[in-house]
Design a binder for this molecule. Structure first.
Ligand SMILES: O=C(O)/C=C/C(=O)CC(=O)CC(=O)O
Ligand SMILES: [Ca+2]
Ligand SMILES: [Mg+2]
Length: 430
């Protein structure tokens, strides 16, 4: 049976609302208190399947030609083996986890070493990220920000419908879910101020995004054709592109965001493979005007991926869901983003992270940032259990989650979470 077959069941118990049924099998890097060396695992129900244990037991042969690939602190070595190996490995893992497969199921010693409770696992950044690019591919988001930051009458800039706008971000500050996020200090200047001042960001925001991870790079000078782009994508994660709006608004002209987005970018720890997302592929929005030939892509360019953002102040009994939306609203696809990124001859490398851009939908509660949800602070959000928010306060926690819904199970991403910690005192900063 194909590993995406809805009839598959695992001998590992999987709750119906779990994000990690046997049809998913996302890859990540984890460690435990008992074995603190990070290694590669796959999520199944509330367990992590330790691929380094299976590899050592001779049950996985992915790295047979290139040494051990799962006994590694990142997925880069495994990704380097190429797409056929990614697919064969996922199929092999699926076989080993099936409820009718005795090899792992009936070996209590191997099972206890290979299946680790997720609650006992520390999840790490799954890949070594050499480069990080962030796109700007939601038409609704670009229209909203253009309206607030620039000219409501010309909210969408003239290039926007012709190319997937993006900028080169900062790979060094990409962190895994759960890492605290320190409020940045920086320069700001409100329109009424005569000169800029220095201090903690007062408009700290989140951005709901997904990102894809390049699994096969391209050589310098060799663009990736749009039709060849998807087979190079290993998989997707959830991403929160934390943004300091007051710093951004002053600094971004004319080269784009700089310090306002480099203090942290959080990603979810499990990489959901493009293969697992295959059953949920859908067409994206109609593109009018038709893009130039190098960006033309037919077929199911998008994914029906439900997304939610919640906000929880420290000590609050309950989180408030502030956004519900769907990845399928995105105007520019991942393949178009990669084709455009490389059309100049720019090379990409295994492990490069490509952010989708903030994912906003058409409805008022489907906007993917507080900037849009509160309309730059003019319409604060009411929190469950009292209080309101325009932008993030210290100790607030933001959690992004997302899943594809099948009949009776979910192929999900887990979550990406981050809590805000107070800025360093501005007077001790240089
Ligand atoms: O329109 C602007 O000036 C800025 C927009 C953003 O901050 C969004 C950005 O980081 C790209 C995105 O996430 O869509
Ligand atoms: Ca962004
Ligand atoms: Mg960032």
């Amino acid at each position: 049976m194909h590993p995406n077959d809805p009839r598959l069941k695992s001998f590992v118990a999987v709750a119906p609302d779990s994000h990690f049924p046997i049809q998913n099998l996302p890859f990540g890097v984890f460690s435990t208190g008992a074995e603190p060396t990070p290694r590669v695992g796959v999520a199944i129900g509330d367990r992590v399947l330790d691929l380094s244990v299976l590899e050592q037991a001779g049950l996985l042969s992915a790295g047979s030609r290139g040494g051990r690939v799962f006994d590694q602190p990142s997925l880069n070595a495994f990704m380097a083996l190429g797409r056929t190996v990614w697919r064969d490995t996922r199929a092999r893992i699926s076989e080993l986890l099936r409820d009718d497969a005795p090899r792992l199921r009936d070996d209590p010693d191997l099972r206890s070493r290979a299946l680790v409770p997720m609650t006992e696992s520390l999840l790490h950044l799954p890949v070594e990220i050499g480069g990080y690019t962030d796109f700007y591919s939601s038409k609704e988001h670009a229209t909203n920000v253009g309206t607030m930051f620039r000219d409501p009458k010309n909210a969408l800039l003239p290039n926007w419908l012709h190319l997937p706008v993006g900028y080169n971000g900062r790979a060094s500050s990409v962190v895994v879910s759960g890492t605290p996020v320190r409020r940045p200090n920086g320069q700001t200047k409100a329109p009424a101020d005569e000169v800029p001042s220095f201090g903690p960001c007062r408009k700290l925001d989140m951005e709901l995004e997904t990102a894809f991870i390049v699994g096969e790079g391209n050589d310098l000078g060799e663009p990736v054709p749009v039709g060849d782009a998807e087979r190079r994508i290993f998989g997707m994660v959830l991403m929160n592109d934390w943004s300091a709006r007051d710093i951004q608004q002053w600094e971004y002209v004319p080269l784009g965001p700089f310090n306002s987005k480099t203090f942290a970018t959080s990603i979810s720890p499990w990489i959901v493979t493009l293969e697992a997302l295959e059953p949920f592929r859908v067409a994206g929005p109609v593109q009018d005007p038709e893009p130039l030939p190098y960006l033309r892509q037919g077929g199911k360019a998008s994914v029906d991926l439900h997304l939610e953002v919640s906000l929880k102040p420290e000590g609050a009994g309950k989180a408030t869901t502030v956004c519900r939306t769907n990845f399928r609203h995105m105007y520019w696809s991942m393949a178009q983003q990669l084709a455009h990124h490389t059309v100049s001859g720019c090379n990409t490398r295994i492990g490069d992270l490509m952010g989708s851009g903030t994912i906003s939908g058409p409805a008022l509660d489907s906007f993917g940032s507080l900037l849009e949800l509160t309309w730059n602070g003019q319409r604060p959000i009411t929190l469950e259990g009292g209080g309101e928010r325009s932008f993030l306060l210290d100790s607030d926690e933001v959690v992004i989650t997302g899943w594809c819904q099948a009949d009776g199970y979910r192929v999900g991403f887990g979550e990406v979470a981050g809590r805000i910690v107070a800025a360093h005192p501005a007077d001790v900063c240089p």
